[in-house]
Design a protein around this ligand. Structure first.
Ligand code: 86X
Length: 481
């Protein structure tokens, strides 16, 4: 088949070629541009605006919890990075190094931060002396670099990405455990309330958890590509870092104790998750709460009526100013061409204003998610549009939730499991907690892994899908990003 040579709409369907669809979508909607460095992308203004909205939301939630922002350096001396070697080992090939200034070799190599535990915790060791210094709750918004070799995917897997990393310190294990759960809830709510994306809350298996953690909590979802994806994570670090970094405090009882720590992170990957979940063959579908412009106003211009139509369009723009409307009054493009462009760019609502409607003091309102049209009296717009936006958010969430539920298949035997994985499903099954069975499951399914042990567990368990011994948990298994 010959591909349509069009700079405008998407030339492939989401269902036919997911990855080509995603690449075209990001490029043509002007969210992402490429650079000469593989795996490093430009976030264009419309993409960055999404991140700013999420960032504002999360930042205020963290502050409500008493977390304060700080900024630590980008460069981490090699000796410091390797201080707690077990957590770095598996990651070593991904670390990018600064070795020179100009032509002169540095005395010590500097890592470009892949994550900031080491640099933050060496400072914490100096700052924490007594129980009165605890809890210490610090977050930073920054970029990190991991020189991955798997094929890069914009937003989902890039060599540089943006995130927040929270690093908190407590006097007791209990406080830390409680906070890690609260953070996971904040993350899950951000996905639900901003991105309209449902997630599954759970715990990683011993094998899949962060090596530096006692437990890794996670939120996961399942994308229309047929793959699961980790959406954000919150770790109980126990005393695994406080011991090597010597983060000790004098407790109320006069004894010196090692502190209990958490770390948690949410990245720009989330933007890609949202886009993959909701967007369609016409282009982006943006949930209203993260969309930079919630409305586009398109006046239908004819020579005779141009003046009055534009006048009303400008009045509507004013009435809806809170929603950052775009007034597309360009005369060099046809209305049809404008409809396509703003659909491609995912603006949640289009308002068409033509001379006929004006006579009736009304406009046409079109939803991006369903394409449904309705007429609305101009005087009602200010009240009606926000409620339609709410409706769009809720119906996007419901649709994604149905997709997630419909993707789940229960398996009782390995045969069912292997089959369901072949059919790109998210499999709910039971497992004995043995790492060997976990390895075999991965092997027999061609690389599917245990995504998480969901918090939501049944009262009664049956047997392990692999070995047949009594099961300890239900688990989700899928191919994943
Ligand atoms: C693990 C753990 C943790 C704070 C989070 O998941 C949330 C925010 N950090 C990150 N991790 C590494 O420790 C790591 C270390 C090195 Cl040296 C590396 F090159 C890559 C890494 N990737 C992940």
């Amino acid at each position: 088949m010959v591909k349509r040579e069009s700079q405008e709409g998407l030339t492939v369907k989401k269902e036919d070629d997911f990855s080509e669809w995603y690449t075209q979508l990001l490029h043509k909607s002007e969210l992402i541009d490429y650079t000469d460095v593989s795996g490093c992308y430009v976030f264009r203004p419309r993409a960055y605006a999404i991140w700013e909205n999420v960032r504002r939301y999360l930042d205020s939630k963290f502050k409500e919890m008493g977390v304060r922002n700080a900024y630590f350096p980008l460069f981490i001396p090699e000796s410091l990075l390797k201080k707690e070697s077990t957590h770095v080992e598996g990651f070593a090939p991904e670390v990018a190094w600064v070795t020179h200034s100009g032509k002169a070799k540095l005395n010590e190599r500097l890592a470009v931060r892949p994550t900031s535990e080491t640099i933050m915790y060496s400072a914490y060791a100096k700052w924490i002396r007594s129980w009165k210094d605890l809890p210490l709750k610090i977050n930073q918004w920054c970029n990190v670099v991991r020189w991955e070799f798997k094929n890069p995917v914009p937003f989902l897997r890039s060599r540089e990405f943006l995130w927040q990393e929270g690093h908190t310190v407590f006097a007791t294990r209990e406080e830390a455990v409680e906070e890690a759960l609260q953070i996971l809830d904040i993350y899950a709510n951000a996905y639900k309330e901003l991105y309209a994306v449902p997630v599954i809350k759970g715990k990683k298996t011993e094998k899949e958890k962060f090596a530096g953690a006692d437990t890794t909590l996670t939120i996961e979802t399942f994308l229309p590509s047929g793959k699961a994806i980790q959406c954000a994570t919150s770790h109980n670090l126990g005393q695994n870092f406080s011991k090597p970094f010597n983060i000790k405090f004098k407790d109320k009882d006069g004894e010196e104790k090692f502190a209990w720590q958490n770390s948690w992170g949410f990245t720009t990957r989330s933007v890609g998750v949202m886009i993959m979940m909701h967007s369609d063959d016409k282009g982006l579908v943006l949930p209203p709460r993260v969309a930079e412009n919630k409305v586009v106003i398109i006046p239908i211009l004819f020579e005779k009526t141009k003046k009055e139509v534009l006048k009303v369009a400008k009045q509507v723009e004013k009435d809806l100013i809170q929603l950052s409307p775009i007034l597309d009054d360009r005369e060099e493009y046809s209305p049809g061409r404008k409809f396509n462009e703003w659909e491609l760019k995912g603006i949640p609502i289009r308002i068409e204003i033509g001379p006929k409607d004006l006579k009736n003091k009304q406009v046409i309102v079109v939803r991006r998610d369903t394409g449904k049209k309705q007429t609305v009296k101009i005087k009602d717009l200010k009240k009606k549009i926000p409620s339609i936006l709410e409706d769009i958010h809720n119906s996007l969430y419901k649709k994604a939730e149905k997709y997630l539920k419909d993707s789940i298949v229960e398996a009782k035997t390995m045969k069912d499991l292997i089959n369901a994985i072949k059919n790109k499903k998210l499999v709910l099954t039971q497992w004995c907690d043995d790492a060997e069975c976990e390895d075999w499951i991965k092997d027999k399914t061609g690389g599917a892994k245990i995504i998480c042990i969901p918090f939501d567990q049944p009262k009664k368990l049956d047997k392990c899908v692999y070995c047949g011994k009594p099961a300890k948990h239900v688990v989700y298994i899928a191919k994943s990003y």
